[in-house]
Design a protein around this ligand. Sequence first.
Ligand SMILES: O=C1O[C@H](COP(=O)(O)O)[C@@H](O)[C@H](O)[C@H]1O
Length: 294
Amino acid sequence: MMLGRNVSFLPKPPTNLPSNSTLLQYLLGRTRKRDFRMAETAHATAKRMVEVLGSEEELAAALAEYVADLSDKFVRERGLFTVVLSGGYLIDLLRKLAEPPYAESVEWSKWHVFWLDERVVPKTHPDSNYKLACDGLLSKVPIAPENVYAINDTLSAEGAADDYEACIRYLVQSGVVASSAASKFPKFDLMLLGMGPDGHVASLFPGHPLLDEKERWVTFIKDSPKPPPQRITLTFPVINSSEYIALVVAGTGEVDAVHTALGNSGDAKKLPAQMVSSEGELTWFLDKAAASKL
Ligand SMILES: O=C1O[C@H](COP(=O)(O)O)[C@@H](O)[C@H](O)[C@H]1O
């Protein structure tokens, strides 16, 4: 099932988190509702938190609750909710949103869905982040197809990046996407990030010059170390202007990158994941396996 459309029709900083800090919350079997009012009062000093769940299943449950609570909050406050999805196994970890109670309780018609990065492949290709999200979540819930902002798969990498930036600029002008008073970059309500074993987020890879992009909202890469090589990606200034960011890691594949990013690894090199911050609240969601070296 195809949802959404090609978009071309449309004209700080948190402090470093020490290992075992009081912010490292072991919320095994957590059931409480998150108190986002806390985050609202903390705007001047953006917050970073780490939540470690006992299993992948509990991580998926906690993530669904977190996203549903933020959806409620933004729909109440703004009348809509702008959500940015990554590819990778994050989509599987969102599976519980398509199940009761969230399948019925979330106001899906108010969601506006974007991609943090996309591979320059047709939407039907197995490498497409759009296809992954459609198959895993978007086709299972009543999101309005016109609110699904897919990347134009008929363009080159350069063209698709320009086109997606133009789409976001239009949506900022029309008030769908908020704008950061501080950075002047678009301010999405929630970004859902995964992380690769090398510490990459979106299509922003360690040591790549794109990490230093300061002007563009959306850019492209033609030499991605992880296939496929051609991709487009939101840039760090846009990522870091978001109100809420969840950085989600499960299993043992990224355990060393998690240790470098959050632990006392003594590693001086900065992973892309360590460059992520948020204007409001950044939460690392880990399962026990991913956190096992912390
Ligand atoms: O290539 C990509 O990788 C990252 C991480 O993927 P994962 O499979 O290790 O979770 C993903 O967040 C990004 O969207 C994707 O294009």
